[in-house]
Design a protein around this ligand. Structure first.
Ligand code: GLU
Length: 232
């Protein structure tokens, strides 16, 4: 059975792009006799606002959509920590103290998501108790999984190219946002039984990383539907 989802972050009011995304996911589920889930992605403890999540629900009612709501990300932190612990235990994560500005200054290439981390902290020494982020050693991870592919309903079969992002952060330094988007969304889509990840084309590249995480964490592999974006 097709299970799709709409997974907005309540960091600002629902905009037209969100509404379009929700309708696309909803209609795909309905056409296929499947389920349509709503997941509030309130992992960012600083920017997320509970009242905005309530406004999202009211807006979706106004749009005439019906959904099943699954637990919000803020209630699932233990699952993200468990996934990160597993990867750490397998030697696939390393600590990093670099700030965004330091990464930007040291980077020698740009990836889909901005400057690519040049690996400065790989092998560095850390004092216990120092606040660190944990990065995925993408090269070691790919050696483990071998080459991977994923399938987008609109764009077809894709070779997974997570190395374009470099060593992404999976566990953030800030205690109030413990998991990165990549880790949280991958763990959640599997936990929610999502078979068709529906979202905007702006997140197309992120799927390369998610496919790698699924392979490392032995999670089921969904199909993706990256819809066009509303521009202008
Ligand atoms: N929470 C993300 C956002 O609002 C979307 C995540 C996803 O669909 O994978 O942009």
């Amino acid at each position: 059975m097709t299970v799709t989802r709409f997974a907005p972050s309540p960091n600002g009011p629902l905009h037209l792009g969100h509404a379009f995304s929700a309708i696309v996911a909803h209609d795909l589920a309905r056409k296929r006799g499947g389920r349509f889930l709503l997941r509030i992605e309130d992992i960012d403890g600083v920017r997320s606002r509970a009242e905005l999540a309530d406004e999202f629900r009211a807006d979706l009612v106004w749009l005439g959509l019906e959904w099943e709501e699954v637990p919000a990300q803020s209630t699932r932190l233990a699952a993200y920590t468990a996934a990160a612990q597993r990867l750490r235990g397998e030697g696939l994560l390393y600590p990093c103290r670099c700030t965004r500005a330091e990464v930007a200054a040291a980077a020698t290439r740009m990836g889909p998501d901005g400057p690519v981390y040049p690996g400065k902290c790989r092998g560095a020494a850390f004092a216990s108790g120092e606040a660190v982020a944990w990065r995925l050693d993408v090269r070691a991870a790919l050696e483990r999984t071998g080459s991977l592919t994923w399938f987008d309903e609109r764009a077809g079969q894709q070779p997974a190219r997570p190395e374009r992002f470099g060593d992404v952060v999976l566990v953030r330094k800030e205690a109030e946002t413990p998991a990165s988007y990549h880790l949280a969304v991958t763990v959640d889509d599997a936990a929610d039984g999502v078979t068709l990840v529906t979202r905007g084309r702006d997140l197309f590249s992120a799927t390369h990383v998610h496919r790698l995480l699924q392979a490392l964490l032995d999670l089921p592999v969904p199909t993706w539907h990256h819809h066009a974006l509303l521009l202008d």
